[in-house]
Design a protein around this ligand. Sequence first.
Ligand SMILES: [Zn+2]
Length: 342
Amino acid sequence: MSTNHKKILNDTRKRLVQGLLSVKSINEIDDLNTKFLGRQGEVNQLFKTLPLKGNPEIGKAINELKKFCFEKLSEKTSEVLNANSKEYLDVTVPGIRPSKGSIHPITQAINDIEQIFDKLGFVRRRYPEVETDWYYAEGLNIPKDHPARDDQETFYLDDGVVLTAHTSNGQLHEMEKVKIPPIKMINIGKTYRRQTDATHIPMFHQFEGLIVDKGINISHLIGITDFFAKSFFGNDRVIRLRPHHFQFTEPSFEIDISCGLCNGSGVIEGSPCKICKSGWLELGGAGMVHPNVLKNGGIDPDEYSGIAFGWGVERVFMMKSGKNIPDIRLLYTDDLRFLKQF
Ligand SMILES: [Zn+2]
């Protein structure tokens, strides 16, 4: 074997060793493997270019080079695999903690409300949010062209179908479903109104309670409201009833709850409380179910009486949080910086 031939073999060996120095990944090793040991690789080319005939030592030397390349590439492969697995198993490297999800505060409030009324034996119901005029208004003692309809301006679809502005439509559905009292339901659902500003949103939630039985009276309403107020807001909270007018209840009331921030005084350190009106927060409407509504639901008002109330989930949530939420729409922007404070 001539010196020149030896040099050619040596150069190939050097190029491989040189190439392996900078290799860091299995892909790069594969590339080198193809470059040197592939069918068209450098080593196989030597079998074609060097004069094998009459020079058996050249063939032997190429085979040795081939073995050398194979061993070096294998060594490097184990090395890289080990390095990668060490990196993977390095328990001292600080991990990336996946952020924990949580229930949206309004969903949490709905769950809490459902549980409180469950203790009193109320059955949770869900009634349509897209409703006909009968269940939405007429059947609830609000005749067509009655001004009370203005208070509940909502989205009108075709053929007198509306998106409900309240959950009271559930009252008639429940009466038709149960037929013979006792009735004790809590209907929690989405409601819609054509409004959007810092204190109003076009979609919000209400929870509607209805009890119909023999001998139901206002004291039941007071007892239930008081139980809800203490369970949801805290034992120190008290309620009051103010006379009001609604078409579907008679008599009707607005119910207030004492403010938790100023403890019902309306004053904090000499200044007026920021979240209440003279110590009271408005919870929402309630009353004795109007006899016409019972009749429309197929129930005899001479035999049975009922109480009903419909309150806003967002409203009670904001009252409970004790925070001065500047814009109710923040609840639905899914901005984690806002939501995380609850
Ligand atoms: Zn207050």
